[in-house]
Design a protein around this ligand. Structure first.
Ligand SMILES: *[C@@H]1O[C@H](CO)[C@@H](O)[C@H](O)[C@H]1NC(C)=O
Length: 308
């Protein structure tokens, strides 16, 4: 079960925070002359991690690694696949893993494979040693569990995001409802637009048409009930998602929601901490280099007095 949902906000500010963290890592790895393995941070839409942890070097871990490798190689062949490993009687108990990956329906397999590679490289960092994890990036999704969830209908809400409301624009709501009705009728992946409203929806590849319809009905219902008159909104359920936006909405990332304020705060904190850390590291290097130079210390001493 996925009991912890992480939701970094896929906005400008979160990207800024990640960039600053990246720069900090880069500087540290440079200064320490170590071989830091800097993983490029990309913003994900949501992640969920089980609280139960597996033991390093356990049979589960080796099946997990096989699953992740299979997902990467599978994504160069097809945009969806599911896997069951270690669930036969010859495997040790606790080794079973069930997993799947899926890319957005309009992705070419070469792009799908790149996206899954990125998801696979992040999932272990976001959910270390987790018995179950799900990671939704902008164009692909990876999930694994210790229990068999494959093909079982589950419409739990994983993530929603509602933008600010549109003022009473009758035309917008009419178009929006047209798009949502169209998205709800999808049986796999569907892109839709009406006037200045666009959207797309998708079900997991193992869902029957009937289950896909009922999942999308639920997702569209939540878009309307939870996001009301939002200019853009996303709802991700366990097995399907639906998203719509007013044309041009994503061209200008000037959204003043609370989420953005949190993102901004995080960016500022990370920036300040990174800045202080860099100064401390540089000072300690200077001290080491110039440790026997009294002029340097008196300079430091005098410089700090006015601020104390
Ligand atoms: C393992 O799980 C998969 C997926 O549910 C199932 O199709 C397969 O029959 C299972 N294998 C065994 C040996 O139980």
């Amino acid at each position: 079960m996925l009991s912890r949902i992480l939701q970094p906000h896929s906005t400008y500010n979160a990207i800024l925070a990640l960039r600053l963290t990246y720069i900090l890592f880069y500087i540290f790895s440079f200064l320490s002359n170590g071989n830091f393995d800097v993983v490029e941070a990309r913003v994900f839409i949501y992640a969920g991690c089980s609280q139960d942890k597996y033991q390093p070097s356990s049979p589960f871990e080796s099946n997990l690694n096989s699953f992740l490798a299979s997902a990467v190689s599978g994504a160069s062949q097809a945009i969806y696949n599911s896997y069951a490993l270690g669930n036969d009687s010859s495997s040790p108990p606790d080794a079973a893993i069930f997993g799947l990956y899926q890319c957005r329906g309009d992705l070419r397999t070469s792009d799908c494979s790149r996206c899954i590679e990125s998801a696979v490289s992040q999932i272990g960092l976001v959910c270390p040693y987790s018995y179950g994890a799900a990671l939704q990036l902008e164009s692909c999704y990876v999930r694994y569990e210790h229990v068999d969830f494959l093909g079982k209908l589950d419409t739990g809400l994983m993530y929603k995001k509602c933008s600010k409301s549109v003022s009473s624009d009758v035309e917008f709501f009419r178009r929006r409802d047209d798009v949502l009705a169209d998205l709800q009728a999808a049986t796999g992946f569907r892109v839709s637009s009406s006037g200045l409203v666009e959207g797309f929806s998708q079900c997991l590849g193992d869902l029957s048409s009937a289950d896909c319809s009922s999942c999308l009905e639920d997702a569209v219902g939540k878009l309307k009930n939870l996001c009301g008159s939002a200019e853009a909104a996303d709802v991700f359920l366990e097995q399907c998602y639906a998203r719509y936006w007013a044309s041009g909405y994503y061209d200008s990332p000037t959204d003043s929601s609370n989420e953005d304020q949190i993102g901004k705060t995080v960016a500022i904190i990370v920036g300040v901490v990174a800045g202080l850390a860099v100064i401390i590291v540089l000072l300690s290097f200077c001290r080491k280099a110039l440790g026997k130079n009294p002029i340097f210390f008196s300079f430091l001493g005098h410089a700090t007095i006015p601020f104390l």
